[in-house]
Design a protein around this ligand. Sequence first.
Ligand SMILES: *Cc1c(COP(=O)(O)O)cnc(C)c1O
Length: 228
Amino acid sequence: MSIKDNLEIVLEEIEKAKSHSLTGEDVRLIAVSKNHSIKSILEAHRYGIKDIGENRVQELTSKMEELDVELNYHMIGSLQRNKVKYIYDKVELIHSLDRMRLAREIEKRASRDNLDVNCLVQINIGKEASKEGLDYSQVEQFIYDLESFDHVKIKGLMAILPYSEDEQYLRSLFRKMYKLYEKLKEEGYQNTTMNYLSMGMSGDYKLAIEEGSNMVRIGTKIFGARAY
Ligand SMILES: *Cc1c(COP(=O)(O)O)cnc(C)c1O
C-alpha cells in the first residue's frame, strides 16, 4: 500500500470516529515519521500532511534541516534537558513535558529569547514502569507550579496507552484523560489552556477519538512498518 492510500484510509477512519465521538470536534493528525525517510515525508506532505512528529531530537533536527517544505514539527518522544536547546524555538509543540527540571530548562531558554514554547503535559495513564509521564494524581499540582513560568505555555495533555486488546480497558483510560482535560479547562490555570488532548496511535486512534481525543499521532498506519 502506498502512503497516499494509507492516508486516505486513516483520514476516512478519523472522520468516521469523529462523527460519533464524545465531542464531534475536529482532529489534528500528526504523521509520525521516525525511522522513515525524507522521501516518505515529502510524499505525505504532497497528500496534505502538515504536521510531523518525531521522537528523537537528533533525527528531528536533521530532518528539519533537510526538508524545505512548510511543515509543523512535533517533539513527541522523551526529551533530555541538554537537548532542549536544539529544538525549543523550532517546534510547534513539545508533547512530552513531564517534570519540573525539564520545564525549568525550557523556561530558561525561552525567556532569553522572549519566546513562548507550547507544550503538552505527558501523563503515564497506564502507570507503566517503562513509560515516561507524570502520574495522573500529580498533574494538577504540576500545572499549578507552572503558573510562574511565563514562557512555558501548556496547551493540553498527552498520553501513550499501554498495549492491550481489551477495548473496555483502553476506553476507560482515554475517558480518564478526557475527564482530567475538561477539569483543567474549567479551572483555568495561568499559562495553561486546554486546546489539545493528544492521544491515539495506529493501534488505538479510533477509540481515542471516540473518547474525546482531538490530536492523534500516527506512524505505522501511514508510513508502514518501521525498520530498526
Ligand atoms: C512512534 C510513536 C507514535 C506512533 O506510533 P504508531 O504505532 O506507529 O502509530 C505515537 N506517539 C509516540 C510518542 C511515538 O513514539
